[in-house]
Design a protein around this ligand. Structure first.
Ligand code: EPS
Length: 397
């Protein structure tokens, strides 16, 4: 059985985006309305460009599914591009003036062309629809084990919410986030963020921000400290840094650890038998500076990830650049784009992180079918609650 994995294919203005997921156990119910809702959320957020008025992203399953359930074979999904025009040179003309911040310059030299279009079509954040679809499928699996994700916008430019998200309040915050134009669960800050985006649009400029994801309900022990390639925090960071326009990722306190002593950083451990049936098995931490991972493994606390998105590199006012053919100074090309896509990036990160959690979950509880994964999960939780165990040669009650 292969490890749970996914690949994406497709250009921004090609006929479709294609997603292939391998290693998905058989018998998983695919909640198509949920997957499409996540895709619709990714299309939203104040500050998006005209493309989102054209597209209506939905998934079509091509392989790997029978009567709404996975059958263990590679699962392929297709998201059609309504704005498909890649072969039409009038509608997608060559781009010779690279945008600072975009893949244009590095990609054109790398693939030995002066037409940036060949790079930008794949580098475009349109591809993030694929990663949302893959993550939403992974969440169908996680939800069966009580693992849920909550993502939101922490800040846009300098408009930052101080809201604290916990296991107890996230469900209350959910409708507030969903009512916010910027996906920020803080109405006053939403207004400031809207004003910032509006001003950036007037200035023909763009803005970035900070997005946050909390994953609730992970059992202790996803990921591993035995090999650096299996550390869950490293795999999450890899996934998040792979999202278009992300420049930094933090887990828990993140970079703020640098300014504190050990006693101010590490989360004291106590035991509360009343909570032994929870995924944390009763090991209580009154703070979560670690962001739910210690030694590259989940520790029973919510996994907390923050990602920094730089401002979109397509500026209506342009940026100093050069023509790749003549080498003359020119203003960078303007292509229809977003003023701010931080809200969408929050949805993307939430689903990208979820996929990494699901991959680690399937590594630990590997099974060909959901029956087997369920049995492996239940058995591990049973054993963990029985600690201390006798050596394995002894019979376990
Ligand atoms: C995007 C689709 C793209 C851009 C944007 C995000 O569509 P188009 O180029 O046709 O307007 O709006 O892409 C970028 C930010 C980028 O850097 O390429 C989407 O679906 O999210």
């Amino acid at each position: 059985m292969p490890q749970l994995d996914y690949q994406t294919a497709g250009e921004s203005h090609g006929p479709a985006l294609i997603i292939t997921i391998t290693g998905l156990p058989a018998g998983l119910d695919l909640d198509v309305p949920f997957i499409n809702r996540e895709l619709a959320r990714r299309q939203g957020g104040y500050g998006r460009g005209g493309r989102q008025n054209i597209e209506e992203d939905t998934v079509e399953f091509l392989t790997g599914v029978r009567r709404g359930r996975s059958i263990g074979s590679p699962l392929t999904m297709r998201i059609a591009n309504r704005d498909s025009r890649l072969d039409d040179l009038e509608k997608t003309p060559p781009v010779y003036r690279p945008r600072p911040g975009h893949a244009d310059l590095a990609g054109s030299v790398k693939w030995l062309t002066t037409d940036c279009r060949e790079t930008l079509e794949r580098a475009s954040a349109r591809e993030t629809a694929s990663r949302v679809a893959a993550g939403a499928v992974a969440r169908c699996l996680l939800r069966q084990f009580g693992i849920e994700a909550f993502g939101f916008v922490r800040s846009i430019l300098d408009a930052a919410t101080e809201v604290q998200v916990t296991e107890d309040n996230w469900r209350t915050l959910l409708p507030i986030r969903d009512a916010s134009d910027t996906y920020c669960p803080d109405p006053a800050i939403t207004e400031r963020q809207r004003a910032i985006i509006r001003q950036a649009k007037i200035d023909k400029d763009t803005v970035g921000g900070l997005v946050e994801t909390h994953i609730f309900g992970c059992p202790i022990g996803l990921g591993s400290s035995m090999d650096w390639t299996t550390r869950l925090d490293a795999l999450i960071a890899y996934g998040v840094m792979g999202i278009q326009a992300f420049k930094a990722v933090e887990i828990g306190l993140g970079k703020d650890c640098a300014g504190r002593t050990g006693s101010q950083v590490h989360d004291p451990i106590r035991y509360d038998p009343a909570r032994k049936d929870r995924p944390s098995l009763g090991f209580v931490r009154d703070s979560n500076n670690a962001g739910g991972t210690e030694g590259g493994m989940t520790n029973g606390q919510p996994v907390v990830v923050r990602g920094t998105m730089k401002p979109i590199s397509t500026l209506l006012r342009g940026m100093p650049s050069v023509d790749l053919n003549t080498k003359e100074a020119q203003t960078s090309t303007y292509e229809r784009s977003d003023v701010c896509a931080v809200s969408a990036a929050g949805v993307v990160m939430e689903n990208v992180v979820s996929f990494e959690i699901a991959r680690a979950f399937c590594d630990k509880f590997a099974g060909d079918s959901m029956h087997e994964v369920r049995a492996n999960y239940d058995n591990y939780m049973r054993l963990a609650r029985l600690l201390p165990l006798e050596p394995p040669t002894m019979t376990i009650a």
